[in-house]
Design a protein around this ligand. Structure first.
Ligand SMILES: CC(C)(COP(=O)(O)OP(=O)(O)OC[C@H]1O[C@@H](n2cnc3c(N)ncnc32)[C@H](O)[C@@H]1OP(=O)(O)O)[C@@H](O)C(=O)NCCC(=O)NCCS
Length: 163
């Protein structure tokens, strides 16, 4: 794999789609599960662009749905790699609704996902480092490191509680 460092801007991704009746509950709002699926896809695309490898989703941090998104609105998902570790990386996905007739945009969810790079035999593979150039990017990566530590603590709690 090419392990040349990359900037977050090189893999940042924006996905836009219209909410159709098939995506919605009987009230005409997009299903939470559909939003979660799109978050996974948007996060994976940014991580694939960064790593150019196969990936599995290892973790999705807690998810809030701040506003509903109705049929006919646009759903916009912006994903950006926040920090890269050894074989894993974190990506942030921000979800917005946009009213097609007014252009009114609202943040509806924000999620952090961790993906692990693997080869075709399922072995972990190293991922290219992230070029961190600005104070803001450094802060984002430091925050991601703190989230990673908390996430791994939670993982080990879940493993211990396994029946
Ligand atoms: C994710 C998975 C590959 C981790 O395997 P593992 O043997 O427990 O992990 P390892 O100890 O080899 O760690 C590999 C890397 O993943 C990271 N990692 C593993 N589990 C993690 C978790 N729950 N959250 C965040 N990072 C995690 C480790 O920190 C390590 O990162 P690093 O190399 O950058 O330091 C494995 O549990 C798996 O295949 N899970 C199923 C994935 C899947 O099918 N997802 C789809 C939805 S079910």
């Amino acid at each position: 794999m090419d392990l040349a460092p990359k900037r977050a801007a090189e893999s940042a991704t924006e996905m836009v789609q219209v909410v159709l009746p098939n995506d919605a509950n009987p009230l005409g709002f997009i299903l939470g599960g559909t939003v979660m699926h799109l978050i996974d896809i948007a996060g994976a695309i940014a991580c694939h662009r960064h790593t150019r490898s196969l990936l599995v989703t290892a973790a999705v941090d807690d998810l809030q749905f701040l506003h509903s998104i109705k049929v006919g609105d646009l759903i916009i998902l912006k994903s950006r790699v926040t920090c890269v570790f050894t074989t894993s990386l974190e990506v942030q996905v921000a979800v917005y609704s946009e009213e097609t007739l007014t252009g009114r945009r609202q943040l509806t969810s924000r999620a952090f996902l961790t993906f692990v790079a693997i080869d075709r035999d399922g072995n972990r593979v190293k991922v290219p480092p992230l070029l961190v150039e600005t104070d803001d990017e450094r802060r984002v990566c430091e925050d991601a490191q703190a989230r990673r530590a908390a996430r791994l603590r939670r993982k080990s709690e879940v493993e211990k509680s396994e029946v």
